[in-house]
Design a protein around this ligand. Structure first.
Ligand SMILES: [Zn+2]
Length: 160
C-alpha cells in the first residue's frame, strides 16, 4: 500500500499549499497544521508542483472565460453599430462594422474551440490523474532507479 499523503488529504490543504508557496519553512508549517515534518517535506517536493500547475490551469480557464465575455460584448456593439448604420444608409460604417463583427466571430470560435479542447488535452488538471500519479511515484519509492525514470517520463509528458 502506498503511503497516503496526510497533507493532500488535509481539510486545510489549500492553506498549507499557500503557506509553502509563500516560502514558510516546512517545519513551521508542519507545526501550525499539526502534521509530521516528513509528510510536509514530501508533499512540498512531490505534490505541490502538480497542485500549482492545476491552480494555474484553473486561473487560465477563468481568464479565457473573461476574454470570451469581452469578445461577446464587442460583438454586440459591432452588431448595434451595423444596425444603426444600415438604418441611416451609412454604408462605410456598416462595412466597417461587418468586418469588425467577422473578426469577432473568428476570435469567438477560436476561443470556444480552445475552451472545449482543454479538458481532453490536459491530464494534469484531472484529480484522478494526480492521485494515480502520486500513487505510482509512492509505490516506486523502494526502487530509486525506476522511480527516477518514471518521474522523468512524467515530467517530460507534462511539458508536452
Ligand atoms: Zn501531498
Amino acid at each position: 500500500m502506498p503511503r497516503r499523503c496526510t497533507v493532500c488529504h488535509h481539510p486545510e490543504r489549500h492553506s498549507i499549499d499557500g503557506a509553502l508557496v509563500s516560502g514558510a519553512p516546512y517545519r513551521s508549517v508542519a507545526k501550525r497544521f499539526e502534521l509530521s515534518e516528513s509528510a510536509v517535506y514530501r508533499h512540498k517536493s512531490e505534490h505541490l508542483p502538480a497542485h500549482l500547475l492545476q491552480a494555474r490551469e484553473v486561473e487560465e480557464a477563468a481568464r479565457a472565460d473573461d476574454l470570451l465575455d469581452q469578445v461577446r460584448q464587442l460583438q454586440t456593439h459591432a452588431l448595434d453599430i451595423l444596425e444603426r448604420a444600415e438604418k441611416t444608409g451609412d454604408l462605410r460604417t456598416a462595412l466597417a462594422a461587418i468586418s469588425q463583427a467577422r473578426g469577432n466571430l473568428e476570435l469567438l470560435s477560436k476561443l470556444a474551440g480552445e475552451l472545449d479542447e482543454r479538458p481532453m488535452v490536459n491530464l494534469n488538471i484531472s484529480p484522478q490523474w494526480l492521485e494515480l500519479r502520486a500513487m505510482i511515484v509512492g509505490a516506486l519509492e523502494p526502487y530509486s532507479e525506476a522511480r527516477g525514470a518514471v518521474l522523468r517520463a512524467l515530467e517530460s509528458a507534462d511539458d508536452g
